[in-house]
Design a protein around this ligand. Structure first.
Ligand code: SF4
Length: 299
């Protein structure tokens, strides 16, 4: 049984449904992803479903086939347990939040688990890399508690077309996400636009390049049979490279797409081993960190 499935089993109740408590909120990612990612410790405040329910979501595709994906009622981690876990993490560690499900999905407005988690990480001196498709992070309540020396934020965008986005992801509209990035950027936070997945057909590169955003993380689409079935409007015939249970674009196609991005700092987060090595050695601004986080040392 895979680690993911063991985690899911831990969250099941005796009738076979999903508990409302998300118990597997803390994980060290291993294997292909863990070997490549500098931020392999993940903390997810909500799990077993994400209200954004994106049609290209890898977590959704992995959990759906066993009936473990519940986008309308995700499970919620217990903040008391999260705090106990954080208190044991060495100072200076950077934890990724939102690696499995979005920690700023609409549930957060009701349950505030992410809010309380950030406050505890501040108290304990633990860094946090937040990856989200929500503009909620730039609302005053959250900006007030974001510690500039600990917070790293990547706001994900897949298209700049608000109407189109709503057809395949139930997250904040892109206009609001862009506003959030600009607000955090103007406020001096370490913030990037994350094009994840970057799908050439969905992106208006001229508009993207005119937004005044300074930092960008790219992650190309990888496709399995579920994503192929759910996601419309993509030319899947271009995805010809097989690796790790997915099909990917060839490197030449990725390079041609990257040329269209004119943002000052662009870095690529990559799954395909040979491509990962290529970006690390020839493209990324920081060969030791494909997320290219800005580390402030003034704490
Ligand atoms: S926001 Fe992220 S975790 Fe949530 S459904 Fe979309 S891709 Fe999956």
């Amino acid at each position: 049984m895979s680690k993911l499935h063991k985690d899911i089993e831990k969250n099941r109740d005796f009738e076979g449904g999903i508990r409302s408590e998300y118990k597997s909120f803390y994980k060290q990612v291993k294997g292909n992803e863990g070997d490549k990612c500098k931020y392999s410790i993940r903390l997810d405040t909500y799990g077993c479903g994400c209200q954004h329910n994106c049609d290209y979501c890898y977590a959704r595709s992995l959990l759906s086939f066993r009936g473990f994906w519940n986008p309308s009622e995700p499970s919620i981690a217990d903040i008391a347990k999260i705090k106990r876990k954080i208190q044991k993490i060495p100072q200076g560690t950077i934890i990724r939040m939102g690696g499995m499900t979005d920690c700023f999905q609409p549930y957060e407005a009701e349950h505030h688990v992410t809010y309380e988690t950030i406050k505890e990480m501040n108290r304990c001196g633990i860094g946090y890399l937040i990856v989200t498709k929500s503009h909620m992070i730039a609302q005053p309540k959250y900006v007030e508690i974001l510690d500039k020396s600990l917070a790293h934020i990547q706001i994900t965008v897949t298209t700049l077309n608000d109407v189109m986005a709503l057809t395949y992801e139930k997250a904040s509209i892109p206009t609001k996400r862009i506003e959030a990035i600009r607000k955090l950027q103007d406020g001096g936070y370490d913030v990037s636009i994350r094009l994840s997945p970057l799908i050439e057909e969905f992106m208006d590169f001229n508009t993207l390049n005119s937004l005044g955003i300074k930092r960008c993380v790219v992650e190309f689409l990888r496709v399995n049979s579920w994503i192929k079935r759910w996601l419309q409007g993509v030319d899947f015939s271009r995805y010809s490279l097989k690796q790790g249970g997915y099909v990917h674009l060839p490197l030449e196609d990725k390079l041609a797409i990257l040329k269209k991005i004119k943002i000052p700092e662009v870095t690529v987060c990559e799954d395909v081993t040979e491509h990962y090595e290529f970006w690390r050695d020839n493209f990324n601004p920081n060969r030791d960190d494909c997320c290219n986080l800005k580390i402030f040392n003034e704490r």
